[in-house]
Design a protein around this ligand. Sequence first.
Ligand SMILES: [Mg+2]
Length: 318
Amino acid sequence: MARAGVVLDSGDDAAVLRPAPGVNLVVTADAFVEGAHFLPAWCTARAAGARLAQANLSDLAAMAAEPRWATLSIGARRDADVEDVVAFQAGLADALAAAGAWLVGGNLTAVTGEPWYSLTLLGECERGREWTRRGARPGDLVAVSGHPGRAGAGSRLLGAMGSAAASALELAPLVEAWRAPVARIALARALRRTGAVTAAIDVSDGFVGDLAHICESSGVGVEVDEADWPADPLLERAATALRLTPDVLTFGPSDDYELLLAVEPGGRGDSERAAAEVGVELAFVGRFTAAPGVLTLRTIEGRVRPLGGAGYDHFTGS
Ligand SMILES: [Mg+2]
């Protein structure tokens, strides 16, 4: 398959790339360390590789950038199973290719400590059309894709009961949300065309943590409306199994790789149609306010309580 913009790739000392005219390059990097970011007992090497690709792809989705080129550095132990290293790279390369990006170089080095993988991904974005965390304005709507909290719940289930037990449960979709996330590249493409998105971030820390990042960068506050939150019976069941309140799973630490967006009020209909076209759930769950850094939740009973501050610590703790 033709690889757009690749003049020369890994057969030389360095790759030569040619961005399209009129674009900015958008660059992100992420690393997985075995034992810290993935456990071989929790997923195959191939799945771990795909997951590292999705983590990087998700950052480009959050910038409205088109994924293009990547380099992978691997720190492998001398006694590493070569098949695992090859499977990791194959899983990663396939996930990139599905999003239109290609490995154009890399490096393999021997380590004595934990094995690690480091991916750098470059994307293109039409000049001045990048989404950032800075553009949310009071009155803009809060939109989020999918079901935040599922990946965090999945990793807690894996930690609490091990891979075989957690995967056999009716809660297996939560484990899969952690094991095989799919970055919202297609949704970002569809929403980019509406011109309605004013700020964006991907959910890699957890809904409240990442919402706080947008509020901080944009100098706004936010009120989330519990009544508009997409119901997730699986998360509620996981909370019972893990003896946690559902809020901790829904709003707390979780690397879901969903998109969290500020949308101008007049763009809601277009955004909903764009999401429907690519078959992704997009929920409108609140509104940004003029109170900088104040994050609140309006409960179904109509009470308003903090979602940031002490609440934030509560959700990020443990
Ligand atoms: Mg990010």
